[in-house]
Design a protein around this ligand. Structure first.
Ligand SMILES: [Zn+2]
Ligand SMILES: [Zn+2]
Length: 985
């Protein structure tokens, strides 16, 4: 060592100045890469909105006036929010049906079926599908669900007047800007779900009843109520609120089904008694179902299957079922299971059932009122419900067809007018002649053929709409894939140039000057290309983001081509290398890709992690056992920690409630914390973990802090049991409890900042600090997972530390054979070696298991209300989402903190490692981008898209977490930071 110091000492000042410049350059370049990376992933992630979530709405079509008499004068629409089909149709345990009135309707005077909602099974898109007839693009989420992001036509717009009562989240969407409407909604506070929410249903009914009562004295109102084309809409939120708060198996939810049925009966009696003309049609349905866990949003049948009962004026009477009468015609893009056999317990097998897509209800209602279908509707009129003669049926279907065809023509026109090279939708090029044929068939009274033709034309028009919806796909996908590949190459170049010894080996000074000139030329060419493409895009009136996609891709490739000198030199260098090295490189590459692919598969099959960790436990054990003596107990610990963690991915993704487990895991966390503390204090004896422990533990300040942290963990366990027992008794959460929970969670997260800055004590403190919020947000086994993950992270730390220890001893005994390996980077870190790839790879596996250990993507969508119950009781979706996301964050934080600590410990450049992490996750991103599907069930489509989105986000997310956790980890000191401790004991 002394000799080296002497050599370095010669040009000390100049060397230091150079090092400083290089360090600043590297900092700048890293910052620039991070910005570029975030921008790139944000922009490319947005591309899924241009590809998959493009708004289907177009404007400027003509209305199609129907050519048949209106079957009904007015229509009553009852939507029981969150009522799932099976709970509605099936009997309770005593054999009594919960909806006796609507059942009698099904059996005696109406028609019924299952209405299939399309995910996202949320209230807003569900209501839009029912009332406006189209599936709102989920991008409306980004624009805030409350406001009306786009103007759309609805049944209510076409009505003469609409009376609507219900939730403040729903009614204003349709009536807020509608002049011919009378509506009212209750204040948000009514939706407090700690109590039985069926009074919300009663509220809507009471409003309607008092409206009719008022009309007895108010002459204007009476006249208004006598008009044709009236719509009455009662939104009944009770089932939804009760389902969220008490789940669909609870007596409160099931009782709410009875309440809803009773309201339907009273509305029916009231309306019939008021008008006495039998000219009212009634539609009863739900916007979405409710999963067993008390949530909705995904494509599970419990969410998508909702009841539909239609009766009154213009509606057919029941017909006995004909076996094998399952025609599944003209289903739009949605292809999930329809017309599944009716469960025998429903006791309705003998009565014909007509299933519909949710959007089909809109044209059904329009037709019942003799109104034109809503202009943006993609629903197919379900003839099975409507009582019409053949001629009228054809007219009704034809007007439905023309309305969809108009949308197609409008889209086609818009595309054609702005595209340089336009490819029309071939099957509909001669639509005019088909329309003429239909008219001719009607005039010769061949109604059957006319109906067939109309229906065929309608499905073609729907296909055409889909064609234009996906018109730009090929171009966009090519651009974005190229962009990702460019980004990955750019990252590889950066890592090679900045954190490895490669550039020193490759380059002499004079080449660099030559390269600079070249780069400028290439940059100019790149910008010219970008400008040209932008001009074409501008001329085609492409959305603004198209410019961003193309610009990003062109820019990255320009940069890569700019580095061609380096690439050439690298290629030469690899040619000159020994076969051994090349083989090692290839093997590393193969393993990296394999692990990335493993992670891709784990997105759909989380059980894979079980195998992964069982295997990792055994291999790590054997490897360490071979390297160090058994007595150190490290091999056994690593193996057991991995095995412990492997168990969690076998547990159900939807976490079952288990409060005793949460409370006892508080004890477990305390035990782990105390054990780590003990080790920290008594490590002087063991050379294997010396460098991660603190030296002077006798500072009482830190002991106090530790005790305080343990106390907070204990307190939070107690609060878990207190809050839950209150909930059991169906009481509201005390304000005081709520406040205490916020306090405990908040304060405990600040404490780690003041803990001792040696590696193990800081990590222990972080672990204890995040335990209280996690426990308070836990409902079951995930609380144990928190401890298990910490043990596995500890195992990782010990593993790396052992390797470090061994490499140090080796260096001393063998002396410096390879100078290059020992050269330290100017930032105090050493150069990255090929074998360091294991660190980002291990990190990625642990990072992913931090999420998949307690669930999968479906289980976040179906959010678990009881997990935030200890913090809030009033329904506020954004705060709840924030809390749930925070809960997901905590395990990630642990992993990232450990990762940062390890990078410090073994002195690899952390930024280099995280660029490698980004590189590998982008292997996954590209894979998911190709896995995105546009066929199959909606659930599969949705999943494939969300996987892509999540992996893209993961990259941004990792960067963000690094920044966040830096507060906790930046002042960690390892022993090797002190020169004196470098001497090996
Ligand atoms: Zn709803
Ligand atoms: Zn809901």
């Amino acid at each position: 060592m002394g000799v080296q110091d002497g050599i370095l000492g010669m040009g000390d000042a100049r060397a230091r100045e150079g090092a400083g410049r290089k360090r600043r350059w590297l900092k700048r370049r890293e910052r620039w890469l991070v910005v570029l990376g975030v921008a790139l992933h944000a922009v490319y992630m947005l591309s899924i909105f241009d590809i998959y979530f493009k708004t289907p709405i177009v404007h400027g079509m003509d209305r199609v006036a129907p050519r048949f008499p209106a079957p009904a004068k007015r229509l009553v629409l009852l939507i029981a929010d969150g009522l799932r089909a099976d709970k509605f149709y099936e009997p309770d345990s005593e054999g009594n049906f919960r909806a006796p009135f609507l059942r009698s309707i099904i059996k005696e005077r109406g028609r019924w079926g299952v209405s299939h909602a399309r995910p996202p099974t949320e209230s807003r898109p569900g209501h839009v599908a029912i009332i406006a007839g189209f599936y709102e693009d989920p991008s409306a989420v980004t624009k805030g669900w409350k406001a009306n992001p786009v103007e759309f036509d609805s049944l209510f717009n076409r009505s003469k007047h609409t009376y609507a009562f219900g939730s403040p989240d729903i009614i204003p969407i349709f009536c807020g800007a509608l002049p011919h409407s009378t509506w009212n909604s209750y204040p948000h506070e009514f939706e407090d779900f700690a109590t039985d929410a069926s009074f919300l249903d009663e509220w809507s009914f009471d409003q309607f009843q008092s409206l009719l009562n008022r009309s007895l004295t108010d002459k204007d109102l009476r006249e208004a109520l006598q008009q044709d084309n009236l719509v009455v809409f009662l939104h009944l939120l009770g089932c939804d609120s009760n389902g969220h708060a008490h789940r669909p198996f609870s007596s409160i939810y099931l009782n709410n089904v009875k309440v809803v049925d009773h309201i339907a009966k009273r509305v029916f009696d009231l309306v019939e008694g008021y008008y006495k003309d039998n000219r009212t049609a009634y539609v009863f349905t739900a916007d979405h179902g409710m999963s067993d866990k008390g949530s909705h949003g995904d494509g599970h049948p419990s969410n998508t299957d909702t009841p539909l009962v239609v009766w009154g004026a213009g509606v057919k009477y029941p017909k006995s079922a004909v076996v094998s009468d399952h025609s599944d015609h003209g289903r739009f893009v949605d292809e999930h299971m329809h017309d599944t056999p009716t469960p025998t317990v429903w006791g309705l097998s003998s009565i014909e059932r007509v299933d519909v897509n949710q959007a089909d209800i809109a044209p059904l209602m329009s037709t019942l009122l003799g109104l034109p279908c809503p202009m943006n509707s993609v629903g197919n009129l379900p003839l099975g419900y409507i009582d019409m003669n053949e001629a009228e049926e054809v007219e009704a279907v034809l007007s439905n067809t023309k309305q969809i065809l108009n949308q197609f023509l409008r889209k086609s026109h818009i595309k054609q007018s702005s595209t340089i090279y336009f490819k029309p939708f071939k099957p509909l090029e001669h639509y005019m002649s088909v329309l003429d044929q239909i008219e001719e068939l009607i005039s010769i009274r061949d109604y059957e053929a006319a109906l067939k033709r109309s229906e065929d034309l309608r499905s073609l028009a729907l296909e055409g709409l889909h064609y234009f919806q996906t018109y730009d796909w090929l171009m966009l996908m090519a651009v974005i894939t190229l962009g990702y590949i460019g980004w990955m190459l750019y990252l590889v170049l950066h890592v090679l140039q900045s954190y490895t010894s490669v550039p020193g080996v490759l380059f002499q000074k004079e080449q660099a000057v030559q390269q600079k000139k070249d780069t400028r030329k290439i940059l100019v060419c790149g910008f010219a290309a970008m400008g040209l493409i932008s001009m074409i895009l501008f001329w085609e009136q492409s959305p603004p983001l198209y410019h961003a996609y193309v610009a990003m891709t062109v820019f990255l490739w320009t940069r890569i081509i700019g580095e061609h000198q380096f690439l050439k030199a690298l290629w030469k260098y690899l040619h000159g290398e020994k076969l051994n090295y090349v083989l090692k490189l290839l093997a590393t590459l193969a393993v990296s890709v394999m692990i990335s692919e493993f992670l891709v598969n784990s997105f759909t099959e989380r059980k894979l992690y079980t195998w992964c960790f069982l295997f990792a436990g055994v291999t790590a054990f054997c490897y360490l056992f071979y390297l160090i003596p058994w007595r150190s107990q490290i091999p056994a610990f690593v193996c057991l920690a991995c095995w412990f963690l492997s168990g969690f991915t076998l547990m159900p993704a939807e976490i079952p409630d288990n409060n005793p487990l949460v409370i006892s895991s508080g004890v477990m966390i305390t035990v782990i914390g105390v054990a780590a503390r003990w080790l920290d204090k008594h490590a002087e004896g063991s050379k294997y973990w010396l460098s991660i422990c603190s030296r002077d533990m006798r500072k009482s300040k830190f002991s106090m802090l530790f005790l305080l942290q343990v106390l907070l963990v204990g307190l939070s366990s107690m609060m878990v049991s207190l809050s839950t027992s209150h909930r059991m008794q169906n009481q509201e959460l005390h304000r005081l409890h709520q406040l205490l929970n916020w306090l405990i969670a908040g304060s405990s997260m600040i404490l780690p900042l003041f803990s001792e800055n040696t590696l193990l004590s800081r990590l222990t403190s972080i672990f204890l600090g995040f335990a209280p919020p996690f426990l308070l947000l836990s409902i079951g086994y995930e609380a144990v997972f928190y401890g298990a993950l910490a043990l596995a992270l500890m195992a990782w730390l010990l593993f790396e530390n052992t390797l470090l220890y061994l490499s140090k001893t080796e260096k001393i005994t063998v002396s410096n054979t390879s100078m290059v390996e020992n050269v330290v980077l100017e930032t105090d870190d050493r150069y990255l070696r090929l074998s360091d790839v294991r660190i980002p790879l291990t990190f990625m596996v642990l990072f992913n298991v931090a999420f998949f250990g307690t669930g999968n993507f479906a289980s976040i969508a179906s959010f678990e209300i009881s997990s935030v119950y200890r913090f809030i009781t009033v329904f506020s979706p954004f705060l709840m989402a924030a809390l749930l996301i925070f809960k997901l964050f905590i395990p990630f934080m642990l992993v990232i903190c450990t990762f940062s600590a390890i990078a410090k410990l073994i002195r690899v450049p952390r930024s280099g490692c995280y660029f490698l992490v980004i590189l590998f996750s982008d292997v996954m991103t590209i894979h998911f981008f190709f896995l995105v599907r546009n066929t199959g069930s909606w659930m599969e489509i949705g999943n494939s898209i969300s996987h892509f989105g999540i992996v893209s986000a993961q990259v941004v997310f990792v960067l963000l977490l690094f920044a966040l956790t830096d507060i906790y980890t930046k002042d960690i000191r390892t022993r090797s930071d002190h020169p004196s401790s470098r001497k090996v004991r």
